[in-house]
Design a protein around this ligand. Structure first.
Ligand code: ATP
Ligand code: MG
Length: 445
């Protein structure tokens, strides 16, 4: 993409109403624009990152054997009356009446609708286990929408639902989700720590939230600092292996890590004092096992192996896809702007032309651009007729992890400059070497 043709409405000034850095930077970098309280348009740069995050979620769900689908945002109130949640959910639920006077709502989550789909089509234990998920917009009429996409009213969420014959099977599904989430967040450059949590209006006993540590987080968390040494890395996982998933679950949830809802001072005090931490965290996901709560209420039974009807065991599993943009920026920025992890960056590399209009410089930039395109990588080429200072500031603000700076002086010696956004370190090398080095970094992801 050429910056001269791209829609990147960057702001020079800090927006006055944005209280936290990720919100400020998303507005300044022209990623989002507020349209109403807690409701945003996603401009091209923000939309690109949103899609990258969504793709990672899809890829990791596929590895775990979960099936993508899509349910509507507008749902009939009748299903929610069956579960009792039409009354229980309260003012966070946006309720609408259609022209025929029928009660509708904008989905805040989708346990009821997925249970309805399941009970309509699955009648035998032989069709289980089954895990379906979607990535779809949700609406919750939050009392205080704030911090940009972190606490929106309309937000993008992955919600997955498992249907199993027995509690043991459903707990395996729970563990499988935990394992796949660990890898999902790491691919986004995040450490998200599973913490024992409270289930809220979804219901159920077994639940973990995934939290990214950040001072601006809305949750208070308590943990053994040893949990921050755990990393999932590049393990080969057999998602059908009950033992392997259970072992990973143990590994990542045995050390003390809880939100304030489940915090227990006495148990916390058993952690050696020098490892006890109290901090803030951003909730980027949550997994639940809630047994037969919805299948009982909505009559979702299957015929078991002995021919008798069995209420199915369920769980639901969410990832805050749009909130993740904010969380990633909170975890990865400096005073000049965003620093995207390679896994989610909107463009793989920036090409900065120091002297637009200079024949050799233009040609060298174009050649680098073409080489990346041939390798399937997407550069953002700043080909505008602007001062170099302004171009550097824009590149730093939008946070591409790698920048290649091309100017007449370097070209005279046959070199360009490759700069890491994270370390600010620059190296001179030939254009070919720079392309190779950047390509190798992305190939290794
Ligand atoms: P919170 O406690 O932050 O209100 P929640 O526990 O009610 O969130 P879940 O039902 O667990 O939310 O939804 C799954 C994920 O969706 C959350 O982990 C979070 O990342 C994201 N999410 C929830 N509410 C919002 C919101 N208002 N704006 C953006 N993302 C949200
Ligand atoms: Mg939650």
């Amino acid at each position: 993409m050429r910056l001269s043709r791209y829609f990147l409405p960057v702001l020079k000034e800090n927006p006055a109403d944005a209280q936290i850095v990720s919100h400020r930077l998303m507005l300044r970098a022209g990623m989002i624009k507020q349209s109403a309280a807690g409701i945003y348009s996603w401009l091209p740069l923000g939309y690109k990152v949103l899609k990258n995050i969504e793709n990672i979620v899809h890829e990791e769900q596929a590895k775990a054997g979960h099936m993508p689908m899509l349910m509507p945002t507008m749902q009939s109130a009748d299903l929610w009356r069956e579960s009792g949640r039409y009354d229980d959910y309260g003012e966070e639920m946006l309720r609408v009446t259609d022209r025929h006077g029928r009660d509708m709502l904008y989905t805040p989550t989708a346990e009821e609708l997925i249970t309805e789909i399941f009970r309509s089509h699955v009648s035998s234990y032989k069709d289980m286990p089954l895990t379906l998920y979607q990535i779809q917009w949700k609406f919750r009429d939050e009392i205080r929408p704030r911090f940009g996409v972190m606490r929106g009213r309309e937000f993008y969420m992955k919600d997955g639902y498992n249907f199993d014959l027995t509690k043991e099977d459903a707990l395996h599904a729970y563990n499988r989700h935990l394992v796949s989430y660990l890898r999902t967040y790491e691919r986004m450059g995040l450490q998200a720590i599973p913490m024992r949590a409270d289930s809220g209006p979804i219901g159920g006993d077994d639940t973990h939230e995934f939290l990214v540590l950040a001072d601006t987080g809305e949750s208070e968390v308590f943990y053994d600092s040893a949990v921050t040494d755990l990393s999932f890395g590049d393990r080969d996982i057999d998602f059908d292996s009950v033992d392997q998933c259970a072992a990973i679950m143990q590994e990542f949830t045995t050390k003390y890590a809880r939100t304030d809802e489940t915090h227990d001072e006495a148990v916390f005090n058993e952690v050696p004092e020098e490892r006890r931490r109290t901090a803030r965290g951003i909730e980027v996901g949550q997994i639940f096992y809630f047994g037969t709560k919805y299948s009982d209420a909505m009559g979702a039974t299957v015929q078991g192996p002995d021919g008798k009807p069995v209420a199915v065991h369920m769980g639901s599993h969410g990832i805050g896809v749009s909130r993740l943009l904010g969380a990633i920026i909170e975890a990865s920025h400096d005073d000049k702007g965003i620093i995207w992890p390679e896994g989610v960056t909107p463009f793989h590399v920036g090409i900065l032309n120091m002297k637009q209009g200079d024949e050799d410089t233009d040609a060298a930039c174009q050649a680098i651009y073409d080489s990346f395109a041939a390798l399937g990588l997407e550069p953002l080429y700043d080909d505008r007729n602007e001062r170099a200072g302004g171009k550097f500031a824009t590149m730093d603000l939008i946070g591409l992890p790698w920048r290649i700076t091309v100017g007449p002086r370097g070209l005279k010696n046959g070199v360009v400059e490759l700069t890491s956004r994270r370390t600010s370190e620059s190296e001179e090398m030939t254009a070919e070497q720079a392309v190779e080095k950047v390509a190798a970094i992305y190939a290794s992801l």
